[in-house]
Design a protein around this ligand. Structure first.
Ligand SMILES: [Zn+2]
Length: 139
């Protein structure tokens, strides 16, 4: 539990308020919210330039080798909570976070609503969805 003592005003030699000390544990606990309030423009810009820590290069490589017998699609659906999207790349806020993509046709996501892992196995003629609690290995 934090107290007001963990956030202290800092004064300069003239007694002027110079800044505010915030205990590191508080900062880290609330870092994303604090940054969104303190530096909204930078946060927005960093989201644009690197939308998320997702293996986008792997996804793009996967797309570049697309040779399935159906059109390229970006549908993701979570059987656990019912979240779904027709294009996971454009959702704002993101419903699904890309966790992995490989040339073997396996693309997996984390459902940002319920934290389940949603895996899409791309076969030549169809896609097989699997939904498992995150942390479980996909068979
Ligand atoms: Zn879900």
């Amino acid at each position: 539990m934090f107290t007001k003592k963990d956030v202290q005003p800092l004064y300069d030699e003239n007694g002027q308020l110079h800044g505010v000390y915030i205990k590191a544990a508080i900062w880290f606990k609330h870092e994303s919210q604090l940054e969104a309030v303190l530096f909204p423009d930078e946060v927005a810009r960093s989201k644009e330039s690197k939308p998320m820590a997702e293996p986008i290069a792997d996804w793009e490589q996967f797309l570049s080798y697309w040779d399935f017998n159906y059109p390229m699609e970006k549908v993701v659906k979570c059987d656990n909570c019912g979240a779904n999207t027709h294009d996971w790349t454009i959702d704002d806020p993101k419903k699904f976070t890309l966790k992995a993509a490989n040339l073997g046709g396996l693309v997996s996501f984390k459902c940002n609503h319920c934290n389940y892992r949603v895996s899409k196995k791309h076969f030549k003629d169809h896609i097989c969805y699997e939904c498992t609690p995150f942390g479980c290995q996909v068979k």
